[in-house]
Design a protein around this ligand. Structure first.
Ligand SMILES: [Zn+2]
Length: 394
């Protein structure tokens, strides 16, 4: 358990991280703040990797497993600053809470990971097997799991802990997420003579109708693999006296375990084929959205927006080991799943690394005006991470 001195270090680190603005792609300064903490806290290796992740490694005295404690460095924007009653970057302490953008999502969780790792190592005199890697990750808010890929591929962890808010409950999975792009192609003509063209928006409405009739996949724990239309745009836009020759719609699809890139697109492809057969003027295409962004290190990270689901069994040994140790330390976590997509998508969804989630604070404080974290949750998270390290580093 943290003593008073380490509690103060934890609160200070959380405040130091919150005081630095760190939108996705602009995490350089906050990565340095974390690296400085690693340096001052006796981490064995400190590194900023090619995409700007801030990494601190502590090695035990014996060979053993590698555990990654994964927390993201970036935050969403503050939104309408006039609605905030506190300065989002002052990290003000009031009523046993720290206020500011990123306190809950998730500089609090990340601070707790860093302090827990150093406290665990000191308390054990390094007498433990394996190594602990605290990873401050860039770009999570836009690209779940893409920057974590660099950590996973470089360090090949045996276990991963995701520090997103869970109110100190143990998360063993999440639905995945895919961004699906549907395009229709028409033929332009003057809108006084629509019969000379093919209206790509009319084609799109038929595709959208057909997609709406598709059955929804479902899972007893992860629930439904819903598909929601999130935007639609025709071209030329704005159109004036012209039949639009192109239309693009984007869908957000939540995925369940077992679904693949191919299996998610297959029913949509079949829909399109059917429609094209019935009406030869319809021409449509479906694919995943591609995204590519520049990190502050100038490295470009890019990916197809398909982030798979993952789920472990409640009675998996590593889950039960963590649970036992958490209970021994006086915690009583529920076992549940995240309601949103996390970096676990890559570690667990793509690579099958044993992953659990645990973090301070309520999920619904993320991205809010007057975001805050309860100091009791912050300290509880650090102590929970120490319990998890006790459970897994053997
Ligand atoms: Zn987050």
């Amino acid at each position: 358990m943290l003593d008073k001195e380490n509690e103060s270090r934890l609160i200070k680190l959380c405040q130091d991280l919150v005081k630095v603005k760190s939108l996705s792609g602009e995490e350089e300064e906050v990565a340095q703040v974390l690296a400085t903490f690693f340096k001052e806290s006796g981490f064995d290796e400190i590194k900023i990797d090619s995409c700007g992740n801030s990494i601190g490694i502590i090695k035990g005295n014996m060979p053993g497993p590698t555990i990654v404690l994964d927390g993201h460095l970036d935050t969403v924007p503050v939104g309408d600053i006039n609605k905030w009653t506190v300065d989002p970057f002052a990290a003000l302490i009031k009523d046993n809470r720290i206020y500011g953008r990123g306190t809950s999502d998730m500089k609090g969780g990340l601070s707790a990971m860093a302090v827990a790792a150093s406290t665990f190592a000191k308390n054990n005199n390094r007498d433990f097997p394996g190594r602990i890697i605290v990873a401050g990750i860039v770009y999570e808010e836009l690209f779940e799991g893409i920057a974590s890929k660099y950590i996973c591929d470089e360090y090949k962890p045996d276990y991963v802990v995701i520090g997103e808010s869970s109110e100190l409950n143990l998360k063993i999975g999440q639905r995945g997420r895919a961004e699906i792009v549907v395009e229709t192609f028409g033929v332009p003509s003057h809108s006084a003579h629509p019969e000379n063209g093919v209206n790509a928006v009319y084609s799109m409405t038929k595709v959208v109708d057909a997609i709406n009739k598709l059955s929804i996949v479902s899972h007893p724990i992860l629930k439904e693999g819903i598909m929601v239309l999130t935007d639609i745009k025709s071209s030329p836009y704005p159109g004036s006296s012209v039949v639009p020759s192109y239309c693009k719609a984007t869908y957000d699809r939540r995925t369940i375990v077992g679904e693949t890139k191919e299996s998610v697109l297959e029913p949509i492809l079949n829909c399109i084929k059917e429609l094209e057969k019935k009406d030869p003027t319809i021409k449509a295409k479906v694919s995943y959205a591609q995204a590519s962004n520049e990190c502050y290190t100038k490295n470009i990270i890019s990916a197809e927006k398909f982030f798979p689901a993952w789920l472990y069994e409640e009675d998996d040994k590593f889950v039960q080991d963590c649970l036992k140790e958490l209970r021994k330390q006086g915690f009583d976590p529920d076992i549940a799943i995240y309601d949103f997509c996390t970096n676990g998508s890559y570690y667990a969804g793509e690579k099958g690394v044993k992953t659990i989630g645990l973090g301070p604070s309520k999920e619904n404080l993320a991205h809010t005006i007057d975001e805050y974290i309860e100091i009791s949750q912050l300290v509880g998270a650090a102590n929970s991470y120490i319990a998890i390290l006790n459970a897994l580093m053997k």
